[in-house]
Design a protein around this ligand. Structure first.
Ligand SMILES: *[C@@H]1O[C@H](CO)[C@@H](O)[C@H](O)[C@H]1NC(C)=O
Ligand SMILES: *[C@@H]1O[C@H](CO)[C@@H](O)[C@H](O)[C@H]1NC(C)=O
Ligand SMILES: *[C@@H]1O[C@H](CO)[C@@H](O)[C@H](O)[C@H]1NC(C)=O
Ligand SMILES: *[C@@H]1O[C@H](CO)[C@@H](O)[C@H](O)[C@H]1NC(C)=O
Ligand SMILES: *[C@@H]1O[C@H](CO)[C@@H](O)[C@H](O)[C@H]1NC(C)=O
Ligand SMILES: *[C@@H]1O[C@H](CO)[C@@H](O)[C@H](O)[C@H]1NC(C)=O
Ligand SMILES: *[C@@H]1O[C@H](CO)[C@@H](O)[C@H](O)[C@H]1NC(C)=O
Length: 849
């Protein structure tokens, strides 16, 4: 009997869209191995394809039959449905091979095409439903071939998309839609995605783009109905919706030069005719940054507090800010392209001077005392070597001015410059364009700096940096508008403050302002560098674990806490901590074991006292902390001089104190690390907080030799708020692993293996500079020493010629059991995925015989 898979019977049938095209089984009661075949089918119906394959594998060792081989193909197709592209293709290929083998066993030949009738040479028996084994085999083979081809075309489409070849990608994906035996939501979503990208980058303006956005949204929305919650589809849907809504905002405001401003409200706020202003949208979640800026002003430059005003872009933000007693007004728009400039024009036209900032700036002193008051604009730069590089057109325009911090004088020339800029950029399609794609550019910082550079070159604007002048002060007898650029050693961009500490070169203990514009995961950086002034630990530690499409938070094994409350799930009342590598403690302790830890790395194949060794210890400490139900306090023990930019970015001078150590974020991407592990840890500088001082009164040392006595439950219930690991945390981890088997499951859950890609496209390049070279490494999810973007990795070679040469896995992949496999995957030896792949490979081998 043939069993026809019905809609809803199996998950994969559901995913294939219930189009009625389904694979058939051969359930020949007389065939050898029939019992095992039936058992395998039952496992498959129960959704356990792995078990089905195991049964089939056993049966196939004894008998070789078309029925068994055919079920193998169906089981592999089933598995393929739920896999990521790479494994999926491998499994589809293996399924096709199994069906090919079925054709041979059913008496056909591989040259035959589907639909051939009763070609069976004796073996194929007529079936109740009218088809022979061979017919079934040929039909399955034909169907699998179409799936394989559709999958290949889909992958090709994705590759073309990555190369910005959207039109070609669209053609290929349309072909994939045709070839696919049934409607495939992922192909449809990918098609929608390349259509809106093409519309953005290839259209001449919004008239051309609008209908294409509409078409793209329809496609992605349809896919979203079938695959609700699929990360790639959700991402595309959000993006295309955002584009559509922005487009209407751009068009609506195209003729607008100045935002309306509440003059009386501003007059009441202004201090000596000057406002300190930012703008914010997105409700309380984002407005917390604005609140932090406000708090920093209140603490560090209280005489400017009254002048602080915020433009709210939506009603929720307005209400939130009002509730905080902040002077605010509403202008509803979703446009983040020209809003800053129209706001600036509105304020300046009303006669005020204004310091206009992004919300992720903090006052650490009074920036006004560092202004020169000799120019229409005084701005921050993103350069690292401004004396050498400012206004040199060999650099990217976005480096010259950081538009997140601009002091603008209420003067005619200032207004003239802003108006000129707005007039020339009604639509994001009006720009000359970045290097990629056509004219479309949303990055107003880049567009503005290019505008100013061209004005300087044309003799209608001039710029100042310290005692240097760029361009002409006058045209005929008329004074040109002027833009003073401040040195980042004083008006600090993110790289200067959060990493380089370059204000020390000016003898400053703190720069007057810092902008969290470099580095990914601002909140982490602001917390760790102690410029997050609105912390509420009660709220923070009871937050639910965040959901992120790209960097999912690490999930713990279900039975880890034996039914007791998960201390990391949020809502926990008492938070306890684990700390390790505390040198001060170790030095005091007579039984100091410092140094032992480093040697321990060697037994894991990692050089003692190396960067990799420190990361290995960090991950081991995290494992121990989580097992104990405690948050890990991140270490501040990385040797700063291991950084590739130590010499060339002048850290040797700014890190004067030889005992100064660095946090992990000098080497690894904070975004992926914190998003994955943030709910399990706190930043290193937590130990400098008052809260910690109170907690650490109840701290205790955790010694290796005490473990012999303790049950896991006892260890977990230790009352001390802070446990300090004495000696090597790696040795502690190893001994816990030996003792408690659930430790192994924890390590695996925390640190799944993953290719950590070297993304050369992200690295800034001068026209004459070769592409950055680096290599992807088989490492663990969440730890990435190549993606340290926004000032570190991606601009180092660009500005200095020194390459960012850290291994992408931070040197710990192999020590954590992650290895590249022959089939190209990065996996642990015993990963479930790997087991399935091995099985598929074993079948291949069998088939090739
Ligand atoms: C299956 O057989 C077809 C010929 O019918 C051939 O084109 C294809 O390459 C084979 N596929 C595999 C994976 O063996
Ligand atoms: C790509 O964009 C161009 C310009 O708007 C348009 O003419 C073309 O039809 C688009 N192609 C696709 C596949 O959407
Ligand atoms: C806002 O101001 C009012 C009146 O001065 C005061 O009662 C209230 O506590 C303030 N709210 C905040 C959040 O500071
Ligand atoms: C200089 O000023 C004259 C007269 O106002 C004007 O025509 C000319 O365009 C200006 N040149 C530049 C480069 O702005
Ligand atoms: C600017 O100042 C520096 C240091 O004070 C000096 O070496 C340099 O010559 C000055 N440059 C100009 C253009 O005055
Ligand atoms: C911190 O947040 C909690 C919970 O929302 C609140 O009850 C408490 O008053 C806050 N503490 C401070 C100092 O604002
Ligand atoms: C940091 O590393 C450098 C270079 O390897 C070494 O000379 C220095 O002693 C190290 N510093 C500390 C505090 O270990």
């Amino acid at each position: 009997m043939h069993a026809w898979w019905r809609c809803g019977l199996l998950l994969w049938a559901l995913l294939s869209g219930c189009s009625g095209l389904e694979f058939s089984l051969i359930l020949d009661q007389d065939a050898k191995g029939h019992k095992q075949n039936e058992a395998a089918v039952r496992a498959l119906q129960a959704g356990d394809a792995e078990r089905a394959l195991q049964k089939l594998q056993k049966a196939l060792r004894r008998h070789s039959s078309a029925a068994l081989q055919n079920t193998v193909g169906v089981a592999l197709m089933y598995l393929a449905k739920s896999r990521q592209p790479f494994s999926k293709d491998k499994l589809l290929q293996a399924a096709l091979r199994a069906f090919n083998q079925t054709v041979l066993l059913a008496g056909g030949s591989l040259g035959m095409t589907g639909g051939a009738n009763n070609g069976g040479k004796g073996r194929a028996k007529p079936q109740a439903t009218g088809g022979s084994d061979l017919e079934v085999a040929l039909a399955n083979q034909a169907l699998a071939t179409r799936y394989v081809e559709a999958s290949r075309l889909n992958r090709l489409g994705i590759q073309l998309d990555l190369q910005n070849r959207w039109e070609e990608a669209a053609a290929v994906l349309r072909e994939a839609q045709k070839v696919a035996p049934s409607y495939d939501p992922l192909i449809t979503s990918n098609l929608g995605t390349v259509i809106y990208k093409n519309a953005t980058h290839r259209s001449s303006g919004w008239l051309e783009a609008e209908p294409l956005y509409e078409r793209a949204r329809e496609l992605v929305q349809r896919a979203h109905k079938d695959l609700p919650g699929h990360p790639a589809v959700v991402k595309s849907l959000k993006e295309v919706q955002r584009l559509q809504s922005s487009l209407s905002a751009w068009r609506e405001n195209a003729g607008l030069r100045e935002l309306p401003v509440p003059r009386e409200l501003l007059e009441a706020a202004a201090v000596r005719g000057t406002l300190v202003c930012t703008w914010s949208g997105g409700g309380s979640k984002f407005s917390k940054m604005a609140l932090n800026l406000h708090e920093s002003i209140r603490l560090n430059a209280p005489h400017w507090e009254r002048a602080f005003v915020v433009l709210a872009l939506d009603k929720e933000t307005l209400l939130f800010l009002r509730g905080q007693n902040i002077t605010t007004w509403l202008y509803e728009t979703t446009d983040i392209y020209m809003t800053r400039w129209r706001l600036l024009a509105g304020i300046v036209a009303s006669g005020f001077s204004v310091l206009l900032m992004d919300t992720d700036v903090v006052f650490l002193g009074d920036p006004f005392s560092h202004f020169f008051f000799d120019a229409d604009f005084e701005v921050m730069t993103d350069h690292l070597f401004p004396e050498r590089d400012l206004w040199d057109e060999k650099w990217r325009d976005e480096e010259h001015i950081n538009t997140g911090f601009m002091f603008v004088r209420g003067s005619k020339p200032a207004l003239h410059l802003v108006h000129g800029f707005i007039d020339a950029h009604h639509s994001p399609w009006d720009s000359e364009g970045p290097s990629v794609g056509g004219g479309f550019d949303l990055f107003d910082q880049r567009i503005f700096a290019r505008f100013v550079r061209k004005q300087i070159q044309a003799g209608s604007c001039y710029s100042l940096l310290e005692n240097m002048t760029y361009g002409k002060r006058h045209n005929a007898s008329v004074l040109n508008p002027s833009v003073r650029v401040h040195h980042p050693e004083v008006i600090a961009h993110g790289a200067s403050f959060f990493w380089l500490r370059s204000h020390r070169a000016r003898g400053l203990h703190m720069p007057p302002v810092a902008h969290a514009n470099f580095g990914r995961n601002k909140l982490y950086f602001m917390r760790d560098r102690r410029v997050w002034f609105v912390e509420n630990l009660t709220e923070r530690f009871s937050e639910p674990v965040h959901k992120d499409e790209y960097f999912p938070a690490a999930a713990l094994p279900q039975d880890l806490f034996h039914g007791e409350a998960d201390p990391f799930a949020g809502g926990s009342t008492r938070v306890r901590f684990l700390r390790y590598g505390n040198k001060a403690k170790a030095v005091k302790s007579s039984k100091s074991r410092l140094g032992e830890g480093s040697d321990k790395c060697v037994s894991h194949g990692v050089e003692a006292n190396s960067l990799a060794c420190h990361f290995l210890e960090l991950l081991a400490a995290l494992e121990v902390a989580v097992w104990l139900g405690r948050r890990l306090i991140l270490p501040n023990s990385f040797n700063c001089s291991w950084s590739p930019m130590w010499e060339v970015y002048g850290m040797r001078t700014s890190f004067r104190d030889v005992h100064e150590d660095c946090t992990f974020d000098y080497f690894a991407d904070a975004e992926s690390f914190i998003k994955r592990f943030g709910h399990l840890l706190v930043e290193a500088s937590f130990v400098k907080s008052e809260e910690f001082a109170a907690l650490s009164k109840r701290s205790k040392m955790l010694r290796l030799d005490r473990l012999d006595l303790a049950e896991p439950r006892e260890l977990r219930q230790l009352d001390a708020s802070v446990l300090e690991v004495e000696g090597s945390v790696l040795a502690l981890r190893d001994s816990l692993r030996d003792r408690y088997h659930e430790f192994t499951a924890l390590g695996r859950a925390l640190f799944p293996c993953k290719w950590i890609e070297f993304e050369a496209w992200f690295y800034a390049r001068r026209p004459d500079q070769p592409a950055a070279v680096g290599s992807s490494r088989c490492g663990v999810q969440g730890l990435d020493c190549c993606a340290v973007y926004h000032g570190w990795a991606e601009k180092l070679e660009y500005f200095t010629g020194v390459a960012w040469d850290l291994p992408c896995d931070c040197g710990v992949g192999a020590a954590l059991g992650c290895h590249p496999r022959d089939n190209g995957e990065c996996a642990r030896q015993d990963d479930e995925d790997a087991v399935v792949m091995d099985f598929a490979e074993m079948l291949d081998y069998k088939l090739e015989l």
